[in-house]
Design a protein around this ligand. Structure first.
Ligand code: ATP
Ligand code: MN
Ligand code: MN
Length: 308
């Protein structure tokens, strides 16, 4: 149960011990959703957010004045984030760079304080930074692609991954497409994980070249679904489950069960207004068994998709 925020000054409040300035600032004008509303949302749903998000380096989409004003994608937000939010130095080609990560509900509030309207984690945790523990197959339909097509590709890609002994889980992005998220044991390093994802994506596209591409060029994506395997490189990110998008209607990226994938679903089906209802109606975590389903990307699997 959430405690009422202790009022300090009119233009400042605090939530879970984190100072929130301009709590009444409207971040999503169409919904009238304020900074305090967003902070309270994360306070309420943190038990859904944190298991998948905690202890991963983060990139943020910050829109300090709200989503209709200037927004920027930041890997190293530095001073904008409250000191209470933990940091880690990540080795880079030259030296290292500081990333923020979260461990608690208060840390999520800290991100909101900095105007973070989107949260994008790495596929690895700080405990084993060089070995991702999940892969993301990001289905990006071109304009005009029917939902039925996206749905069908999600299903066939699931079959391919399952035939390799892997277990993909499904997520709406809040945007246009879907993510298939595959838990793996954090043993293979980034280069091999990315090569594996590329191998799977290319094999899939080869079976249906009219509909699919793994080429990110605009021309090749025209009239097709781009299977974006590039989310799986070191430093690459994908939006976190149960977090908001800085898009129209304040959509949320939401894990769903495979049996919820149907013609009526849409990538932006869930948003800040209907998310709580969904969560309270759930009888079970739609991603139950996620961690247990992790398999190692071993030599046999890599060979199966043509990676030496
Ligand atoms: P959709 O379903 O609409 O495709 P999505 O979240 O999958 O939603 P994409 O455009 O496919 O959106 O993926 C972009 C991903 O790339 C983001 O999730 C983010 O993690 C990452 N990214 C890297 N650089 C940027 C940037 N400058 N702006 C936005 N996202 C970026
Ligand atoms: Mn996408
Ligand atoms: Mn993409």
């Amino acid at each position: 149960p959430s405690k009422p925020a202790a009022r300090k000054r009119k233009d400042e409040t605090s939530l879970l011990g984190v100072r929130l300035t301009s709590p009444e600032r409207v971040l999503f004008p169409e919904q009238g959703l304020t900074k305090l509303d967003l902070a309270r949302l994360y306070e309420q749903i943190h038990e859904w957010v944190l298991p998948h998000l905690a202890r991963r380096p983060l990139s943020l989409v910050r829109c300090p004045q709200g989503r209709n004003d200037e927004c920027f994608f930041q890997k190293h937000p530095r001073s904008a984030i409250p000191d209470s939010v933990p940091r880690i130095d990540v080795p880079e080609k030259k030296g290292s760079a500081e990333y923020v990560y979260v461990e608690s509900a208060a840390d999520l509030i800290g991100l909101v304080q900095a105007g973070a309207l989107e949260i994008h984690p790495w596929g690895s945790r700080i405990d084993h930074l060089e070995q991702p523990d999940n892969l993301v197959f990001d289905l990006d339909p071109d304009e005009g692609i029917a939902w039925q097509e996206v749905l069908r590709v999600a299903v066939t890609l699931r079959e391919r991954l399952e035939s390799l002994g892997l277990t993909p889980f499904l997520r709406t992005t809040g945007g246009k497409g879907l993510h298939l998220v595959v838990p793996i044991e954090p043993s293979a390093e980034w280069d091999r994980a990315k090569a594996f994802a590329k191998g799977v994506a290319e094999a899939h596209a080869k079976d249906d070249p009219q509909r699919l591409t793994t080429n990110m060029s605009k021309a090749k994506r025209e009239g097709r679904i781009f299977i974006d395997y590039l989310r799986n490189g070191r430093g690459a990110t994908a939006v976190a489950s149960y977090t908001v998008r800085a898009r129209q209607n304040a959509p949320v990226a939401v894990p769903i069960r495979w049996d919820e994938l149907n013609a009526a679903l849409r990538a932006d089906r869930y948003n800040v207004q209907n998310l709580r209802r969904r969560l309270s109606a759930l009888r079970e975590d739609p991603w139950a068994g996620f961690s247990e389903a992790a398999r190692p990307l071993d030599a046999k699997l890599l060979k199966a998709v043509g990676v030496k």
